[in-house]
Design a protein around this ligand. Structure first.
Ligand code: UDP
Length: 475
């Protein structure tokens, strides 16, 4: 096909949680901003060509090409038990030669390369081919501000006040970060990810622009802080484009037993429970959650993955734990007892379609930013149940600032949340008066999200600016 439009390339880090927002950004640029997009996908075990085509089927388009880069073998470099983030970082690094050769082999070279948080190592490739380079932060502006500021944090303040005395970490112009919400790797300079996180913080601000999956009215304070330069100690900074929310565009709904079941339930009567593309709980926590849902006497859909045995609270599920069947880790007789009110879905559910369904009344979520936005754009109240990455910050933002969620008294990462507390939270967001206040707040956010993304809205205009930058580069 001949490409007659400005052409940009996107690079998605391995994992569905990274691929989904990158594809959504690609869709948005193609459908509303007249760009031709090539998405480079770094291969991962949970990414199959079938899953990619399912995601693309929801919005087929001649101007969106997807190239799956060859998978790389990292088994000789990292231990199989290494944490997920390290695996992603190493996989990204090892995939750079394939990316370079894919770009150099393109007949019409893209004008810009847009990488996500784990892709900043690819920015020198953009320089090599004289392309514009952008970083796309699939999370929010507060997290971006914290990441950019991280290399400038006074180490003594970090160690003495934040780590030892557990005082909140001040981020200029933004909300402070509670000790318990700080990214774990950032608290320990011996953690190999600590230095990686600081490098990313430095690299982001060398881009030609930073796209962030938020919108002006959601985070005015953090966006102002990002723009006034204080986070960078006064050094040159990249322009920030809030372009969100990039919540999923749902295509024609294929037959699915979960959606068929939802069709039969009363309006706003079902709570959806899911921990993102890869999260799971400990065995103990899973039992308590099952009991909590049962005791609440509310209808539910719960996406379950096999539990992690050795973790207090839960974390990222890794393939290999999958030998158990669902009944093996739920309470005895649970599936029979909840037969009429609940659905347990193993591994993966069509989340975007579920959250759009009128029978959904609330979402118990791990607060991954995609899930958060999918909830907000559908006006769904939440129970915040963060597990890892920046999810604890997101949970605080949702509960304390935006007031669209409730959460347990202590973080679920610190201790097991017991069944009575879970029952109470579920009843709060589904039934109590509190639901009304939360519902009104989240509806306000839904309206402001729609306004930002519509033609002429702030996020729409940010993407138009990006398109203009690409066109100017072509001339
Ligand atoms: N998702 C889905 N079905 C599932 C679990 C997740 O479609 O069973 C999608 C979800 O809709 C969201 C993404 O996977 O778009 C998860 O991204 P998020 O940022 O919420 O969490 P992460 O997976 O990155 O932790």
């Amino acid at each position: 096909m001949q490409i007659t439009k400005p052409h940009a390339a996107l690079l998605a880090s391995p994992g569905m949680g990274h691929l989904i927002p990158v594809l959504e950004l690609g869709n948005r640029l193609v459908n509303h901003h007249n760009l031709h997009i090539t998405v480079f996908v770094v291969a991962a075990s949970d990414i199959t060509t079938e899953k990619i085509s399912q995601l693309l089927d929801s919005s087929p388009n001649d101007h969106l090409d997807v190239m799956l880069l060859p998978s790389v073998d990292i088994s000789g470099i990292v231990d199989p038990d290494t944490n997920m983030v390290t695996k992603i970082v190493v996989t990204m690094h090892e995939s750079l030669p394939a990316l370079r050769s894919a770009i150099s082999g393109m007949k019409i070279r893209p004008t810009a390369l847009i990488v996500d948080l784990f892709g900043t190592g690819a920015m020198p490739i953009a320089d090599e081919f004289e392309m514009l380079k952008y970083v796309f932060i699939a999370s929010n502006a507060w997290f971006l501000a914290t990441t950019i500021y991280a290399p400038f944090v006074d180490k003594k303040v970090l160690d003495d006040e934040h780590v030892d005395q557990k005082k909140p970490l001040k981020i200029p112009g933004c909300s402070s970060v509670r000790f318990e919400d700080t990214l774990e790797a950032f608290l320990d300079s011996n953690d190999p990810l600590y230095h990686g996180y600081l490098s990313v913080g430095r690299e982001i601000s060398t881009a030609d622009g930073i796209l962030v999956n938020t919108w002006e009215d959601l985070e005015p304070k953090s966006l102002r802080a990002l723009r006034d330069g204080k986070l960078l100690g006064g050094v040159a900074k990249a322009p920030v484009y809030p372009i969100g929310p990039l919540a999923r565009t749902v295509g024609p709904v294929s037959e699915n037993r979960v959606l068929e079941w939802l069709d039969m339930q009363p309006s706003e009567s079902v709570i959806y429970v899911s921990f993102g593309s890869g999260g799971t709980l400990s065995s103990k926590q899973m039992i308590e959650l099952a009991w909590g849902l049962e005791l609440s006497q509310q209808r539910f859909i719960w996406v379950v993955r096999p539990p992690l045995e050795n973790d207090v609270s839960g974390s990222f599920f890794t393939v290999g734990n999958g030998s158990m069947g669902t009944v093996d880790y739920l309470p005895d007789g649970f599936l029979n007892r909840i037969h009429n009110v609940g659905l347990v879905v193993p591994m993966w559910a069509p989340q975007a379609q579920i959250l759009e369904h009128p029978s959904i009344g609330a979402f118990l979520s791990h607060c991954g930013w995609n899930s958060t936005l999918e909830s907000i754009t559908n006006g769904i109240p939440m129970i915040a149940w963060p597990l890892y990455a920046e999810q604890k910050m997101n949970a605080t933002m949702l509960t304390e600032e935006l007031k669209v969620s409730v959460r347990s008294k202590e973080l679920p990462t610190e201790r097991i949340v017991e069944r009575q507390e879970i029952e109470m939270m579920v009843r709060k967001v589904m039934l109590d008066n509190e639901r009304l206040g939360i519902k009104n707040k989240v509806k306000e956010l839904k309206t402001s999200a729609l306004k930002a993304s519509s033609k002429g809205g702030s996020s729409y205009n940010s993407l138009s600016q990006l398109t203009q930058d690409c066109e100017n580069r072509l001339q």
